[in-house]
Design a binder for this molecule. Structure first.
Ligand code: GLU
Ligand code: MG
Length: 441
């Protein structure tokens, strides 16, 4: 029996949850008795490849089987599922690492940084809704008393969800995450839970663990945990902001050379790459039809939705796509539906391109861009983010740097699926259309 098996057994574990993440950012996997840990680590748990979104694998032959090979370092008992330990798997096909496995796409991107002696650290900030189904299938905030005019940091509603939030905190802490803060966000039924930043791959694994825990604990309480980017048209959506820094050992490569600046030369070049590839990055970081209902400038109950629309950067400027801070930047583009591995891999490709081509992010933007009329935005040469999933996928297709980071198989599958998602949406007839057109002509 291996040390790991012994350790898990002593912790009361009898079953492994071998988990991987599909192209849409959804956790998938199966249960395997702990006695078979050795096989999970050596060859992996087997799945029918074509049954997993985004693999493009055939229905027969040696390449039809997808193996999730456990990464031993991720094995962790799940406090909310006593006796079960989650282990994160990397995709293998026909005995080889699978090129379209999102976790390995990220590892390939991180290896490019490692070749320069660098590691990436990210802090991922999930915003989410707690919902319930109302009469006639409508979706509502789970707490129907959550109705303040200005709901940010609401301390009336927060205590009513203390049971869920505390259970989530306890579960994450017991699974090794350092929970930093939990708050009510700016929409009815919307919350945010922050945990400490970490090395990029671990942070993505942590986010998936967070999602597993939150789904489970919300369901236990009769609620639906929702990472839908914009469930309510008249309220802010859910972002998944990334705080990003680059390190050479314990030295932060983004620390400024000049006092008073936020970022070093490499930091500014990295940000310039993120701005230069903003269109293609949208496809990965805001990957649903619904994402583009968040990425618009608009009023909310508290005055703004705080979602980015303009391709700009500035010191502590939450109205720009990139908000710079001392030694790091906040990438405000991603929303809660993003696959964190793919969004991070694309971010690395964009940032490295900025460094390799020594791009300049332009002058720091210190103004409130949400106050600027579109005419002024255009006069300053500030680009707009894509306004639909279709536009974002077009931008991705035109972006050789980001497509190369995804690899041919995944880029092809991703664009095929996302174009189908867009046409499915474009062809449906919505209540809004019927209301506007049915009796109009
Ligand atoms: N909910 C906002 C978004 O969609 C962000 C609010 C905040 O800055 O915390 O990005
Ligand atoms: Mg927030």
């Amino acid at each position: 029996m291996s040390d790991l098996q012994q350790r898990l057994q002593q912790a009361g574990v009898h079953t492994l949850l071998v988990q991987f993440t599909d192209v849409h950012g959804c956790a998938k996997g199966k249960l395997v008795p702990l006695a078979h840990l050795g096989e999970v680590l050596r060859s992996g748990a087997g799945f029918a490849g074509p049954s997993i979104w985004g693999t493009g694998l055939p229905r027969s032959g040696p390449r039809s089987e997808y193996y999730a090979r456990g990464d031993a370092g991720t094995a962790q008992p799940l406090p909310w599922m006593p006796g079960v330990a989650r282990i994160v798997g990397d995709g293998y096909v026909d005995g080889q690492p699978f090129d379209a496995c999102p976790r390995q796409v990220l590892q390939r991107a991180l290896a490019r940084l490692a070749a320069r002696g660098w590691t990436l650290r990210i802090g991922i900030e999930p915003e989410f809704f707690l919902l319930r189904r109302g009469a006639a299938g409508t979706w509502l905030p789970a707490d129907d008393r959550d109705r303040l005019d200005k709901p940010s940091y609401d301390l009336k509603s927060l205590p009513r969800q203390l049971g869920f939030l505390h259970a989530l905190h306890q579960a994450l802490a017991a699974a090794g995450l350092d929970v930093l803060q939990l708050d009510h966000e700016d929409a009815h039924g919307q919350y945010e839970v922050n945990f400490a930043f970490d090395e990029a791959l671990r942070s993505c694994d942590h986010l998936m663990l967070f999602k597993l825990a939150a789904h489970h604990l919300a369901e236990e309480r009769g609620m639906v945990f929702s990472m839908m980017p914009k469930p309510f048209a008249d309220q802010p959506g859910s972002g998944l902001h990334f705080h990003v820094s680059l390190w050479a050992g314990e030295r932060c490569v983004f620390d400024p050379e000049t006092p008073g600046a936020n970022l070093s030369r490499f930091g500014r070049q990295f940000v310039a790459g993120v701005l230069a590839h903003a269109g293609a990055l949208c496809a990965l970081a805001a990957p649903t039809v619904n994402s583009y209902k968040r990425l618009t400038v608009g009023e909310s109950l508290s005055g703004t939705t705080w979602a980015p629309a303009y391709v700009a950067q500035g010191p502590n400027n939450r109205t720009a796509l990139v908000r710079t801070l001392p030694g790091r930047f906040e990438w405000r583009l991603p929303d809660a539906s993003a696959n964190p591995y793919l969004a991070t891999a694309a971010l690395v490709a964009a940032g490295l391109d900025g460094i390799e081509r020594e791009l300049d992010p332009g002058a720091d933007c210190t103004d409130d861009l949400f106050d600027w009329p579109l005419k002024r935005i255009r006069e300053h040469g500030i680009a707009l983010l894509p306004q639909s999933l279709a536009q974002a996928v077009d931008a991705l297709q035109a972006d050789a740097v980001v497509c190369a980071a995804l690899g041919d198989t995944l880029a092809g599958e991703f664009m095929r699926l996302k174009r189908a998602e867009w046409s499915g949406y474009a062809r449906h007839v919505s209540a809004w259309e019927l209301e506007r057109y049915a009796a109009a002509f």
